[in-house]
Design a protein around this ligand. Sequence first.
Ligand code: BEZ
Length: 258
Amino acid sequence: MTRPADRTTNRWDADSYDGDHSFVFEYGETLVDLLEPEAGERILDIGCGTGHLSARIAEAGADVVGIDASEEMIRKARQTHSDCEFARADARSFSFERPFDAVFSNAALHWIPEQDEVLELISDALAPDGRFVAELGGAGNVAAIVDAVSEVAAEHGYDVTNPWHFPTIGEYATRLESHGLETRYATLFDRPTALENGPEGLEKWLSMFGDSLLEPIPEAERSEVITAVEDRLRADRYRDGTWFADYRRLRVVATNSC
Ligand code: BEZ
């Protein structure tokens, strides 16, 4: 049997992430504005990927530590951004001796089934009154894609379920509160997102991010399944040569009330 933690494992390709999927950190720039980093602050970036947003935060004069579970992402982050410290670490088990003024995370936390473990560590890592600023997929995120994959997979005899955690505002605020984090701001909004690579955009997105979603489908049948998924989604999600993913984002700012 596959454990939940394994289902969210993805094979990360740092070059493809920076090239074809750069929208992930480009959209994250406005999350840095919400963070309002200040000179001298110590800030932790969880799921920093190749470190672009860590570097953006460091431009304000903050001391930034970026962590990511992928060795490949951390290697590339270190090569590219010498102004930050990077460490390979799992969001479910990290620890630092000195507290942080803020914890930041963009498009990473929905990969982790153990939400309570992560939020407890975030709360522990924050200084009193420290802030947690995050964006993740929210309830309904990429639902059209997940539903289409799940329907086509069922026709092939496979049971595909959403491997990600996309909470509602209510669910997340309650969870934050149970870890001593007081929600000061929360919003859930649609962000239809144009995918790179023209007609191949959806296939490339699935190959970058979809390992855990497609996991029940044997490799030999995936290409046929993806073609059928494209046929199912084309009328609604393909326009003028570009695929649009039905992203929906949850943004929160919470403060450490412990
Ligand atoms: C997201 O950022 O919302 C996301 C990315 C890849 C897979 C699932 C969700």
